[in-house]
Design a protein around this ligand. Structure first.
Ligand SMILES: [Zn+2]
Length: 157
């Protein structure tokens, strides 16, 4: 089964900076007026680790039963906090999705239509587009839901 994990949670913040003070460059208002960013200025704001309490730090797993959800909520809180600031143009919460196989833990890959049709890359004549490509357990799980004969002959393809 395809397992999806989400990590590297972050809040992407696009700033509309017009004056040096918008960047925290204060104290030069008498001399300077505007700044000229080369384009949209987008930064990533990373959430504080769930287990980081400042005075003590521990692993995320010790403090959370839903690490993914807690990071997402923490990022949404950051986004809500930043959304209405004058120098903020846009905020969005992002993460990196990783797909792995629940049987073999390899990265999840599926046959393309061409690979399924090509005898050198398909597993047998029953291979179809979208069939997992990592291990026999995943292939047979995929096939059992589709009334297709299981892969013959043991071992990994
Ligand atoms: Zn697998």
């Amino acid at each position: 089964m395809k397992k999806t994990t989400r990590d590297e949670w972050r809040v992407m913040v696009t700033l509309k900076v017009r004056r040096p003070a918008d960047l925290g460059l204060t104290g030069i208002d008498d001399l300077a007026e505007f700044i000229a960013p080369p384009g949209p200025l987008t930064i990533a704001v990373l959430p504080r680790s769930l287990g980081n309490f400042g005075f003590v730090s521990m692993s995320d797993g010790l403090v959370s039963r839903d690490i993914e959800g807690d990071y997402r909520r923490r990022c949404e809180d950051i986004a809500d906090e930043l959304r209405n600031r004058p120098q903020v143009e846009d905020v969005s919460v992002c993460c990196t999705e990783t797909h792995t196989c629940s049987h073999c833990n390899s990265g999840w890959e599926e046959l393309t239509a061409e690979e399924a049709a090509d005898y050198s890359t398909s597993f047998d004549e029953h291979s179809v587009e979208g069939e997992p490509a990592c291990c026999e357990a995943a292939i047979n799980e995929f096939r059992s839901g589709r009334d297709v004969p299981a892969l013959q002959g043991g071992g990994t393809p």
